[in-house]
Design a protein around this ligand. Structure first.
Ligand SMILES: Nc1ncnc2c1ncn2[C@@H]1O[C@H](COP(=O)(O)OP(=O)(O)OP(=O)(O)O)[C@@H](O)[C@H]1O
Length: 621
């Protein structure tokens, strides 16, 4: 590889603080790896005296693999690429050992003591209601945000509206619980490590003496607390080398603080600033589209991407009518391709469900970058399955108790409790009909319900889902309750839609549940699949590159997200700018071919193409 002058300059930087600001594909990771080698070979720095911090475990691994590939002959040299969390945890463990304190990681606790169960319990105590997965995620993000931005809960609430009822009580109870039990969580690893470094001179000096050089990759996703830790460690020599692209900052919701980079020269008046604006990854067509697209953001260092690469083909904006058409296009277009060089990207993990079903049927090997797919354990899927199970035995009270209030025909808790005292081999409806003082009108409703469930028991899974949704009015329940569960109704509708796609190919409940289990297994075990196409959220594709990239389901309200669009309507632009950066990260993963696919109809609903696509089209015209 022939390194450019800009790259060489950055690589040759040895002492003092430096920030390398670069565009996508400019070789940030490449520079970091070459600099490491330069320090070791030309400056005789011992590898263990270099601390390289990456953003996630996956990028630490990716970087190590790239290092080993690039410098096969140096392989016996073990170079340490660590996440900031694992670095902080080893520091905490050392401090704990010296001071005979025991810190346990709450994420590693088993069963009821585990972080998720503890938070669920605290939420229940505060709100007398169960927390949904969506709300749990939002709650955890907010807690993480507070810690990463070094805020108090009051400061957070002053500027942020939380969708979690009684957020402050929950936050404080959770903090107290951890304190009382000597527990820490992932976010506390950072705040605790900082507290230790600030208060314990011995540890601070020991860690400062341990490393001569500190390097940070993906600096744009470094949070305030992380930056404080790094600054403390690097001082007083400040041999700190950060590579970053503020345009690729996509973790604002978790407390990433790219503005910290914009202050680099204020923090280090002797700091060197390197710019790398040449892209080595993508065709001229892709680079030019990316450049125009990101320039519309206002909160950024102004950079110009250029490339010496050739024009190959224009980016492809594809409009199809339906998901089925989108899938047909993908299967056709992927024929005879080298799949390991291709990738499908989406904004939301839910989009992967239809693709997995499709690819399994067409025997297209795939690798899922995000292993945690919530769909398979979603309460909505469980509800639908419960409806079908109950239809096969309408005396099954324990199943009925989960669904009786989610369908047509009001039935009270009192009636359920009464029915429980009667002969349990009778249908639930017959038992409720016995309820004292029940009217004839009400009895006719119960009779109808009983008949409907009989009908349901004879249906194929896909007919059954429609019947549950419309005839039994489960749809109405979802509409009325979606916000309470922390969803928009559209997301729930799309979840059912993907379940229908899977159900379409099954003949009975057994086949459907087996299929769901099998697909879930495929997702979890896809890591070792050979010659596979990569499926990934855009977030998880950061740092990667592929010959062909397909970005799918590009619908307004999904990408950009509905909350960012609503914020724009109120004159707030931060969220939409983060969505734009995310879109930019997605597009800039492509080397030669980029397809952006939108639809007219998503799961029976007319939808509009992403406003980002309209913008790209206008620019092309
Ligand atoms: N001087 C060079 N000559 C040729 N190819 C290069 C050069 N520098 C980097 N590359 C290649 O360009 C691609 C992008 O490099 P790299 O992944 O290091 O960029 P990056 O800035 O970290 O990208 P991103 O921020 O978009 O993830 C890689 O395939 C890399 O091998």
């Amino acid at each position: 590889m022939h390194l450019s002058i800009e790259q060489e300059r950055a690589i040759q930087h040895k002492e003092g603080p430096a920030l390398v600001l670069a565009v996508p594909g400019a070789g940030k990771t490449t520079v970091l790896i070459h600099r490491t080698v330069n320090l070791i070979l030309n400056h005789k720095v011992s590898p263990e005296r270099i601390l390289s911090i990456t953003f996630s475990k996956a990028s630490a691994k990716d970087m190590e693999e790239r290092f080993n590939k690039m410098f096969l002959d140096l392989s016996p040299i073990h170079v340490q690429f660590s996440t900031i969390h694992s670095f902080c945890f080893s520091l905490i463990r050392e401090y704990a050992y010296i001071n005979k304190i025991k810190y346990t990681l709450i994420e590693e606790e088993k069963n009821q003591l585990n972080k998720y169960n503890v938070i669920k319990k605290i939420y229940f105590a505060a709100n007398e209601d169960y927390i949904t997965e969506e709300k749990l995620e939002s709650l955890l993000n907010s807690i993480g945000y507070i810690k990463n931005m070094m805020l108090t809960v009051d400061e957070f609430l002053k500027n942020n509206k939380s969708d979690i009822e009684n957020f402050k009580t929950i936050y404080n109870t959770y903090e107290k619980y951890k304190r009382d039990n000597n527990l820490i969580d992932f976010d506390d690893m950072l705040t605790t490590a900082l507290e230790i470094l600030e208060s314990n001179k011995y540890i601070l000096e020991k860690y400062r003496a341990k490393y001569d050089f500190i390097q940070v990759d993906e600096g744009q996703d470094t949070s305030k607390v992380q930056m404080e830790i790094i600054k403390l460690l690097a001082s007083p020599e400040n041999n700190l080398f950060i590579v970053a692209d503020d345009d690729q900052s996509i973790y604002g919701f978790r407390g990433a603080y790219p503005k910290g980079l914009l202050n680099f020269n204020k923090i280090y008046s002797n700091g060197k600033l390197f710019f790398m604006e040449q892209n080595y990854r993508s065709s001229k067509n892709i680079v030019s589209v990316c450049n125009q697209f990101i320039k519309r953001n206002t909160l950024r260092y102004n950079k110009n991407i250029s490339t010496d690469n050739n024009f190959i083909e224009p980016i492809n904006i594809i409009k199809v009518n339906s998901i089925a058409e989108q899938y047909k296009y993908l299967v056709e277009d992927l024929k005879n391709r080298e799949l390991s060089r291709c990738c499908i990207l989406y904004r939301n993990n839910l989009s992967s469900i239809g693709i997995i079903e499709l690819f399994e049927r067409h025997k297209i090997p795939f690798y899922m970058r995000d292993v945690k797919v919530r769909f398979f354990n979603h309460w909505l899927i469980q509800d639908i399955i419960n409806f079908i199970i109950f239809s096969q035995d309408t005396s099954n009270m324990s199943i009925y108790e989960n669904i009786y209030y989610k369908k047509r025909g009001y039935i009270s808790k009192k009636q359920i409790n009464y029915a429980k005292t009667l002969n349990y081999s009778l249908s639930v409806f017959d038992r409720i009909m016995d309820f004292p003082g029940i009217s004839n009108f009400y009895k006719s409703i119960l009779k109808e319900l009983k008949l409907d469930f009989k009908k349901l028991s004879k249906m194929s899974p896909s007919d059954a889902i429609n019947f549950i949704e419309y005839d039994l009015e489960y749809e109405k329940y979802l509409k009325e309750n979606s916000m309470k569960f922390g969803y928009t109704y559209d997301v729930l509708k799309t979840t059912i839609y993907f379940l229908k796609i899977i159900a379409n190919n099954t003949n009975n409940l057994n086949e459907l549940t087996n299929r769901l289990k099998y697909l879930e297994y495929l997702c979890k075990s896809s890591k070792n699949v050979k010659d596979a196409i990569t499926l990934s959220t855009v977030h998880s594709a950061k740092g990667l590159e592929f010959d062909r990239v397909y970005m799918i389901d590009l619908v307004d309200g999904d990408f950009p997200s509905i909350s960012s669009i609503e914020a724009v309507e109120k004159g707030k632009y931060e969220l939409i700018e983060e969505e734009r950066r995310l879109f930019y990260v997605g597009m800039s993963r492509a080397k030669y071919h980029l397809s952006l696919i939108t639809l007219n109809n998503l799961g029976g609903k007319i939808v509009e193409p992403s406003r980002f696509l309209l913008e790209l089209e206008k620019e092309k015209a």
